[in-house]
Design a protein around this ligand. Sequence first.
Ligand code: PNS
Length: 161
Amino acid sequence: MSIPNAIYPGSFDPITYGHIDIVRRAKKLFPRLVIAIVANPNKRPFFSITERVKITKEALAETGVCGIEVISYDGLLIDCAKGIGATAVVRGLRANSDFDYEFQMALTNRNLDSEIETVLFMTAGCYSFLSSSIVKEVKRFGGDIDSFVPKIVEEALARKF
Ligand code: PNS
């Protein structure tokens, strides 16, 4: 049986230590793991797609995570997954509040393509409160985000604000 390629999709606006923790753990199960950043998420992104791809690559390099491809996509996630030969979708699950959305997304995607499975990773407890939105809010008001994101992300936010 062959080991599936996996895609880890999201807005990554910006990537946080919570995302990086999921990448490290998913990488152990899936030899080929591709981070796919949605170009036009439902929410208006803070960073452009070019910025998010660059920041994500640099954040992975800074934290010593190697061998992860970072791409962008527009349109349906399932089409992107098929395009790169992925048969698993990796997502992180934090609190209860994430569940409904992840459940809906996983079932929608399985209805669109029953060959692609969603695999949810429970967040590490220490990151269960963390989100890209919280990081931006704390930084906007001058708070310390050192324990939330790599230095490269903190610098990119500092330049924007
Ligand atoms: O980090 P996010 O914003 O929670 O990621 C959500 C994302 C980008 C994975 C999801 O919205 C998505 O896949 N959008 C692309 C459009 C799509 O495929 N929609 C149908 C599945 S919900």
